[in-house]
Ligand binder design. Structure first.
Ligand code: ZN
Length: 186
């Protein structure tokens, strides 16, 4: 097992669309194990593969560390495809391990339907709502090169720019290891 460095805001790999995985492999299994370990150490509840520098279409979610979700199971989403949204648009505060110390209210649909392959590479379909639907949408965006901060406009965005620039320069105060040599989009 290994702890992987987390790539910061505007790292090249986080601005590119990810590639679908074609088959299971030992490398993939190891990556999944490492991603869970990295995420847990950083107290995250979701992590996309490109946040650890891998351009694969894959993210992991684990809500079980949260008081409200003691029954939650760790989830692996490989080649995910959100096929439907439902419910109201909800405002909810989000954060991101690639954007340390930034929390912003973001509006997203309440519910979704997603198809994906699980850790055994078997096709699955899931309806999600609440926090799970929120985390899934945030991580799914990562696989398409989108950060939650991209949704901010006007003054909120302007106020955040200096903070984002600092993170790009590697000057964030994250308590976990960030990739120091990541290629950054300018
Ligand atoms: Zn994120």
């Amino acid at each position: 097992m290994a702890i992987l460095p987390i790539y910061p805001y505007d790292a090249q790999v986080l601005r590119e669309e990810t590639r679908d995985l074609e088959s299971p492999s030992q490398d993939l299994t190891q990556l999944i194990v490492d991603m869970f370990e990295t995420m847990h150490l950083a107290n995250g509840i979701g992590l996309a593969a490109n946040q650890v520098g891998k351009g694969d279409s894959l993210f992991v979610v684990d809500l079980s560390g949260m008081e409200e979700y003691p029954e939650a199971k760790p989830l692996v989403f490989i080649n995910p495809l959100i096929t439907d949204f439902a419910g109201d648009d909800i405002s909810f505060e989000e954060g991101c391990l690639s954007v340390p110390d930034v929390r912003e209210d973001i509006i997203r649909p309440e519910k979704l339907l997603i198809s994906y392959r699980d850790a055994n590479f078997e096709l699955q379909e899931m309806e999600a709502d609440g926090l799970l639907a929120r985390v899934i949408q945030h991580e799914y965006d990562h696989l398409e090169g989108i950060f939650f901060t991209d949704y901010l406009k006007g003054l909120r965005k302007r106020l955040l720019m200096p903070v984002l620039k600092k993170i790009k320069r590697g000057e964030s105060a994250a308590e976990y290891q960030m990739a120091a040599d990541a290629a950054i989009v300018e």
